[in-house]
Design a protein around this ligand. Structure first.
Ligand SMILES: Cc1cc2nc3c(=O)[nH]c(=O)nc-3n(C[C@H](O)[C@H](O)[C@H](O)COP(=O)(O)O)c2cc1C
Length: 438
């Protein structure tokens, strides 16, 4: 099996190759949280870049609980302007026979404090301050009625996605946002039908899939991004991830994308660097391809228990690693994130063999050893190369959205500072716009 092979999804959709541009939050919406021309520009570049599937950054179902200012929100009746923004985005993003799937999410307790001082979660368990800087609101435990409302919000967003020309949806049930919070025994301490056993903790996710399927019909792709593990003591384990995958296998899901980690444990971006004292449940495999694609070993164990196609995202950079992963049958699809921020055409280049690897910016963008835990922005940035690299990607995304050349030599510290200042300002404007925020 090779990266250029077509993929046939259970719903009947055909994907032109084995690449999935994984979800990356764009931060492009203004305070009205509507899609605009910049979304269309960005996804046009990525559609031309060659991935069979392009997944949008997380689109939120509730303006009160978003991941960051600049998210698109779909809730309630959409104005003609909102619908036109989404339709323009999908028209540009589906060029070149690209599947454009909307990632739908609710930030849950990972709603930044700068957006809302309070949040909601399965149980009232607060996320600690991260690295002494990033603060999150105190969550309120969701009531049964509020959970039913969230289910309807996800279904509504998926219907709007289909109506406006997106060719599929993905539910974000990874990285510590609300749907994955329900799966975690640490964050979900409920004793009703939404908590307790793994069946109960999966109920929200599965009810949403079934609700969406009933509305969008049998031929519309539905995907889920799931953690292979939270990599946290007391959190969602790899064994539980396999159990949830088996439950998902009984639904009409079309593609399972595997990732890992939460805000408390940033595994999604580099599993290998997790400190050993964080109670990893499994030691990552040391084979070459597994070192490149750090969730492959976990995906392989999940894949053995399911029939639907499986994507793995995190670390893939070389065609050798990608083809090895596909040939090993541990996965069917290669997810790519960060490389596409500076090399939007990299999939075409890998497919035509004009390149054999994406550039390894992660090895180049380093501040040197970090000083964790000090309570100052500069030390936070120095301490957290991974977060800064994400902020650097955010700045490259803005350039692509404005049809500017990317800047591979962009200064890491400068990018991180610009992002943090811009984010603080955008969050304030957002709060002022949505006056009902706490
Ligand atoms: C700038 C940026 C934004 C991201 N936003 C999202 C997101 O909105 N939803 C999501 O599921 N993952 C998000 N991720 C995680 C990526 O989808 C992907 O899992 C991660 O970058 C690892 O893949 P990579 O090694 O190919 O970059 C984001 C990552 C980056 C770098």
């Amino acid at each position: 099996m090779q990266i250029s092979e077509k993929l046939y999804l259970p719903c009947g959709a055909i994907i032109k190759n084995r690449f999935l541009k994984s979800a990356m939050t764009e931060g492009l919406a203004s305070s009205n949280a509507a899609a605009n021309e910049r979304h269309a520009n960005l996804y046009e570049a990525w559609a031309k870049g060659g991935s069979g599937i392009s997944v949008t950054g997380n689109v939120q179902v509730d303006h009160r609980y978003i991941e960051r200012a600049g998210n698109v929100v779909i809730e309630g009746d959409q104005s003609n302007e909102q619908l036109a923004g989404l339709a323009n985005w999908s028209a540009k993003g589906t060029q070149n026979d690209t599947h454009l799937w909307m990632q739908i999410s609710h930030a849950g307790r990972q709603t930044p404090f700068t957006i809302n001082k309070s949040s909601v979660a399965p149980s009232a368990k607060q996320l600690e301050k991260l690295l002494g800087v990033l603060k999150f609101g105190k969550p309120k435990e969701l009531t049964h009625t509020e959970i039913l409302d969230i289910i309807e919000r996800f279904i509504h967003a998926a219907e709007i996605a289909k109506q406006t020309g997106f060719t599929g949806v993905q539910l974000h049930s990874a990285h510590g946002y609300l749907l994955s919070e329900f799966l975690s025994p640490d964050i979900n301490q409920r004793t009703d039908e939404w908590g307790g056993s793994i069946q109960n903790r999966s109920r929200l996710l599965i009810t949403i899939i079934e609700g969406i399927r009933a509305k969008v019909g049998s031929d519309f792709p539905i995907s889920i991004k799931l953690n292979s593990s939270d990599f946290q003591k007391g959190g969602f384990t790899h064994e539980e991830s396999i159990e949830v995958s088996k439950l998902l296998n009984e639904t009409s899901l079309d593609l399972l994308e595997i990732s890992g980690g939460t805000y408390e444990q940033f595994a999604a971006l580099d599993l290998q660097s997790l400190s050993p004292d964080k109670s990893r449940t499994i030691t990552p495999s040391r084979s070459t391809v597994a070192r490149e694609a750090y969730f492959l070993k976990y995906a392989d164990e999940i894949k053995k228990n399911i029939n639907m196609p499986l994507a793995v995202t995190g670390g893939f950079r070389t065609t050798q690693g990608m083809n090895e992963a596909l040939n090993s049958k541990a996965c069917d699809v290669i997810g790519l994130g960060r490389p596409l921020c500076t090399e939007p055409n990299i999939v075409n280049e890998l497919l035509t063999e004009s390149k054999s690897s994406a550039t390894l910016y992660e090895n180049m963008l380093q501040f040197g050893p970090g000083v964790f835990g000090l309570n100052s922005p500069i030390n936070f940035i120095k301490a957290n190369n991974k977060a800064s690299y994400v902020y650097w990607c955010y700045r490259q995304i803005l350039r692509l959205a404005d049809k500017k050349e990317v800047k591979p030599n962009m200064n890491l510290l400068g990018a991180a500072m610009s992002h943090m200042m811009g984010d603080a300002k955008a969050s304030k404007i957002y709060r002022n716009y949505w006056k009902d925020l706490d």
